[in-house]
Design a protein around this ligand. Structure first.
Ligand code: GPW
Length: 803
């Protein structure tokens, strides 16, 4: 109760800081609340763990090199069912909960969609009462903080641990050793079995930090285990110089900021093996406490490989089964296949991870031996199956001096899934077609989902309360119940209430924009939002070109009618991705020009919010009117901001790409704005080689005028950047068909404006979007993983059925 909370809170504050509420800083109050929560859910964590152990329940382990939870306090309070009590209790003490959550640092151990998906899954797995855990890296520095200086992106370190972390628990007793480098050869042991003998290995200590993943009002607390590197005591004497120690400690120091771009770097490869080896060792160690025979491990353990970064799970698991558990190759391979499953998140060739043989051999000699043997057996076995030998060349793991990680992941897993229907189809028919012909039964689709708790209940409280009043509260447990809202699509009172909630969120975002960017925007304008990593294929440039067209229209005809719009961007560029940074500079300079041009009379505003992250997304998304999902068809595997924006009542403008197609199917053609060429047309262009960007420049005066603005000084301060963009389109033939889709994009945008003017129509479409967003609940997605791939079941109270 509120009274109990107040008593406990004051007591904890006094114990921790010898202070009263009046003297404590927001940080001290935050830490006090965090520690109180931590003590409270720790017994549930323990209980959950005991249930799994006593039931000997099969558990899934989600291996991901990225997790992107953002802030945890509000979400933990919600899931613990403490939110209202704590808010009221704190209010009584004169404290605003928002001031406390303000001091929490975003946990940004991920780059974008892939990492955020992993965190939505953690929330959903626990909320569905499923036995599933995360396994990853505890980076000391998270994703860089983005600043704009003179319109350029500048990266600053994200020292997120500097203020402490109330949620994690260091588990010294669960530390394991992870070995690198050295030489290895095989020797026969007393039983005639081959055993590896190592020389000159580097032994590192992997120390786990556990964070409770709290289920929604179900008393289930799962675990996200993140590993940190240390120098083992036994090795202390070896690494005496500061420099040597630094190199080792650097292993878990930073998150690689490349999004969908493989990076050939020894440290990255070492990171991949480090968390894989530590995670698998700790799983096998736990398995032994169950006292079940090792060849049945697949009945108790499922390991999921989130994209290829953890693909070394396969040879590492083999290594342990062979070298430590004494299995034969055939036995070890049989269990490995049953344990492992893999999700592919991209079809972009440049994002396919490959490592030079020499590097793998040097860093992980035993693992390399095992990969070689997996490859050899794959070739041997496939030769018997196929007529056309070229298929082997295209599918084997080791080829052209490189180790192909996706091939390893596919060959060693019983399940391979894509992340949206179209994406999974393209995997089967194009990208992984050869593998599909070899292993058709392994391929399946699992369309991504989002944790509706964070993206609606927490982020959008005005909308949540309208929903409660209109359709009751069952949607909070079962997002599919949002469908009931459809009964109110012609109810003007409900539509007005939804509009009022949107208005409130827009005012909130406008205030943030004023505060952080010093730009004044009117909530009467259309808030048009594109938030995602900066990538050529996501085509922020298409958006910018449309904005420039709008600006030129206004300039040419200053008194014509133009419905006010605020174009909002949030995006980080990988520090090494020069072209992406160029686009950022161009958007920022266009913003400077447009926002300060008196002719515009505030009808057009461009806001590029600095340092886009989970917390910022929680403010932007509820305020969006228009959701920009404009990647070139076939390139965006799924997208997940598309789902979050829809859930919050934004109307989508989209290409037929990724999950956009499923959004269209859910809301109907009339309630989404589709434009652009289809994936089939894209492939036809590739095949026929007939795309000519320059022809659009020559025959379309609008395109010509827009592109000239990049190079004729219309947009100041982008001399080299404007030229680079111009060249990418005209000289290098526009890799992502921006000019091809421009005209239909502009038309779709005009339709949006017309529709927005008809308030009632717009509100209805918005309602239909909210009502149909339930199908994208990550709860449903993880249930499908649990049933089809992992074969795990929800927790039940301990029964002695398994003896
Ligand atoms: F290249 N995604 C991402 F496939 O955020 F590995 N980072 C990545 O490195 C990759 C994919 C990788 C994204 C996809 O681009 C996006 O379409 C998808 O919604 C998301 O992963 C989650 O599946």
């Amino acid at each position: 109760t509120k009274e109990q909370f107040i008593t406990q809170f004051k007591k904890r504050l006094s114990e921790k800081y010898a202070m009263g509420v009046e003297d404590a800083s927001p940080t001290e109050l935050y830490n006090t609340l965090g520690s109180l929560m931590h003590s409270a859910y720790s017994s549930d964590r323990h209980h959950t763990w005991r249930q799994y152990l006593l039931n000997k329940q099969k558990q899934a382990y989600y291996f991901s090199i990225e997790f992107l939870p953002g802030k945890l306090m509000a979400s933990n309070l919600l899931n613990m069912d403490w939110l209202e009590t704590v808010e009221e209790g704190l209010a009584e003490l004169g404290i605003d909960l928002a001031d406390l959550t303000e001091v929490e640092q975003d946990m940004a151990l991920g780059n974008g969609g892939l990492g955020r998906l992993a965190s939505c899954f953690m929330d959903s797995i626990a909320s569905c009462g499923l036995p599933g855990n995360g396994n990853g890296i505890r980076y000391e520095y998270g994703l860089f903080k983005q600043k704009f200086i003179d319109g350029h992106q500048v990266e600053l370190p994200d020292d997120w641990l500097s203020t402490g972390n109330v949620w994690e628990v260091r588990k010294d007793s669960k530390a394991v050793d992870v070995c690198f480098y050295g030489q290895v050869h095989l020797e026969e042991d007393a039983n005639g079995k081959l055993k590896p003998v190592y020389k000159n290995q580097q032994v590192l200590r992997a120390v786990p930090y556990d964070t409770g993943m709290i289920g929604y009002k179900n008393n289930i607390v799962n675990n996200m285990r993140l590993w940190s590197v240390e120098i083992p005591n036994s090795e202390e004497s070896k690494y005496r110089s500061l420099e040597e120690r630094r190199t080792i400690e650097d292993l878990t120091a930073v998150l690689y900021p490349d999004d969908s771009n493989a990076k050939g770097q020894m440290t990255r490869l070492a990171q991949e093996y480090f968390f894989v080896s530590a995670g698998i060792q700790s799983i096998v160690r736990y398995y032994h406490t169950l006292k079940e025979p090792i060849h049945r491990i697949h009945e108790y353990v499922a390991i999921h490989i989130n994209d290829t970064h953890p693909a070394l799970c396969i040879p590492e698991f083999m290594r342990i089964m062979l070298d430590e558990e004494g299995m034969s190759w055939e036995e070890a391979w049989a269990v490995t296949l049953k344990v492992m499953s893999y999700t592919n998140h991209t079809i972009m060739a440049e994002a396919m991870e490959k490592w030079p043989i020499d590097m793998l051999k040097q860093l992980l000699p035993r693992i390399y031996q095992i990969i070689e043997e997996i490859d050899r057996r794959f070739v041997e076995e496939t030769e018997l199956k196929v007529h056309d030998r070229s298929i082997i060349d295209r599918t084997r793991i080791i080829n052209h001096n490189q180790v192909h990680m996706a091939h390893l992941a596919i060959i060693g897993s019983h399940s391979i899934n894509g992340v949206a229907k179209l994406h999974s189809e393209l995997l089967k028919t194009v990208v992984l077609h050869d593998f599909y012909s070899l292993y058709p039964a392994r391929f399946n689709n699992k369309t991504n989902g989002i944790a509706e708790r964070r993206w609606l209940q927490l982020a959008n409280r005005p909308l949540s309360s309208v929903l409660d009043k209109t359709i009751g509260t069952s949607w909070r447990d079962n997002p599919e119940d949002l469908q009931q809202l459809l009964n109110y699509q012609d109810d003007q009172k409900v539509l007005n209430a939804l509009a009022a909630a949107k208005r409130q969120n827009k005012e909130n975002l406008a205030a943030l924009i004023k505060k952080t960017q010093d730009i004044t925007v009117s909530p009467d304008a259309i808030f048009d939002v594109q938030i995602k990593r900066l990538h050529a294929y996501k085509r922020q440039l298409l958006n910018l070109m449309h904005i420039i067209k709008c600006y030129q229209d206004i300039k040419n005809n200053p008194d014509s009618e133009f419905y006010p719009r605020v174009f909002i961007f949030g995006a980080k560029a990988a520090p090494s991705y020069a072209y992406a940074k160029t686009i950022i500079k161009c958007i920022n300079e266009t913003a400077n020009l447009v926002n300060n041009d008196p002719d515009v009379k505030d009808r057009l505003k461009i806001v590029f919010l600095e340092n886009y992250n989970v917390s910022l997304a929680e403010v932007i998304i509820p305020a969006a009117d228009v959701s920009e999902q404009i990647s070139l068809a076939s390139k965006e595997a799924s997208g997940t901001s598309n789902m979050k924006l829809m859930l919050n009542g934004a109307v989508t403008i989209a290409t037929l790409d990724g999950a956009n197609i499923e959004i269209r199917d859910a809301v109907g053609e009339e309630n989404i704005n589709i434009f652009g060429i289809t994936e089939q047309e894209v492939y036809d262009y590739y095949e026929s080689n007939t795309y000519s960007a320059v022809s659009y420049f020559e025959k379309d005066p609008v395109i010509r005028r827009v592109l000239e603005a990049f190079i004729d000084g219309t947009i100041p301060n982008i001399q080299s950047e404007g030229r680079e963009v111009f060249d990418s389109l005209i000289r290098y033939n526009d890799e992502f068909f921006v000019l091809r889709d421009f005209e239909s994009y502009v038309k779709a945008q005009e339709k949006i404006t017309e529709c927005y003017k008809d308030k009632r129509k717009w509100q209805k479409i918005s309602l239909i979007n909210i009502a149909n967003a339930g199908v994208f609940s990550a709860d449903e997605t993880v249930k499908r993983y649990a049933d089809d791939i992992w074969q795990i079941e929800p927790v039940t109270e301990y029964s002695s059925k398994k003896g």
